[in-house]
Design a protein around this ligand. Structure first.
Ligand code: NDP
Length: 245
């Protein structure tokens, strides 16, 4: 695991957006950030799941979160601009954004990739991240020290048979991360990407249905890197892909 010792309240006063916050890694990241003092903004597709995370955050005694129900498949540039404006209106700034939501699509031979699946995966995993980031950067620049964190995968830097659209979409994420990191190198904004590695979630189970889930890292175990990149200890880290495991 990535080696970082998490200190209590290391995210105090921070406003952090987490996408895909209703399930899997995003859910655990939202709960963890809130526990460490952040006010979290929970973005996701399924409102019920977001409400359940909201309730858990309140139950653990953390600051009241905000909820943004949004399906990245259909969201337009205007949705992201409105969202960013609301964040600035409500909180005055955004200190961190964990762009974690994504979809797997179908794992098939390249010649059999369905055009609709390709479009959906590219929309959710890459284009939506581009539009959202464009809208969020002004809010992030209102923070004295801000962190933008993308989520990649091992197949985002080494293509693999049958991982088609998902793999290509994660290559795009790594490229986007590097472009933004370079453009904002001398600013208060740092931009990096996390490769979580094999982690016990629904997405992993659908990619590897025969695998023994018990042998995989839990979402809680991979949190040190997720916290490090939001905490001020990482303020000089920019343009990197870091492995959570
Ligand atoms: P899960 O499938 O468990 O969770 C994905 C989350 O993204 C869910 O909260 C889901 O919401 C949300 N989401 C999916 N599609 C949309 C959409 N169209 N609009 C809004 N939200 C959406 O995945 P993981 O937690 O495993 O994955 C998290 C990230 O880590 C992803 O980027 C994934 O590619 C990456 N990753 C994961 C690995 C693993 O082993 N688990 C390995 C390498 C990378 P809802 O539940 O409402 O559908």
């Amino acid at each position: 695991m990535f080696d970082y010792s998490i200190s209590t309240n290391c995210l105090a006063q921070k406003i952090i957006l987490v996408t895909g916050a209703g399930d899997g890694i995003g859910r655990t990241a939202a709960l963890t950030y809130a526990k460490l003092g952040a006010t979290v903004i929970l973005l996701g597709k399924t409102v019920k799941k977001l409400e359940a995370v909201y309730d858990e955050i309140i139950a653990q005694g953390s600051a009241e979160p905000a909820i943004i129900p949004l399906d990245l498949k259909g969201a337009t540039k205007q949705h992201y601009l409105d969202m960013s404006a609301t964040i600035v209106e409500q909180f005055g700034k955004l200190d961190g954004a964990l762009l974690n939501a994504s979809m797997l699509g179908d794992l098939t031979p390249f010649t059999q990739i369905n055009e609709k699946t390709w479009d959906d995966v590219m929309q959710v995993n890459s284009t939506s991240q581009f539009l959202m980031t464009q809208a969020l950067i002004p809010a992030l620049l209102k923070s004295e020290i801000a962190s933008l964190v993308f989520t990649t995968s091992t197949v985002g830097h080494q293509g693999r048979a049958f991982w088609g659209a998902y793999s290509v979409s994660k290559f795009a994420i790594e490229g986007m991360m590097q472009v933004i990191a370079d453009e904002y190198e001398n600013s208060s904004l740092r931009t990096n990407a996390i490769n979580p590695g094999a982690t016990r979630t629904k997405m992993r189970a659908s990619a590897y249905p025969a695998e023994d889930q018990e042998k995989l890292a839990t979402t809680e175990q991979i949190m040190p890197l997720y916290v490090y990149l939001m905490a001020e200890d990482s303020k000089s880290v920019n343009g990197k892909v870091l492995n959570a495991q």
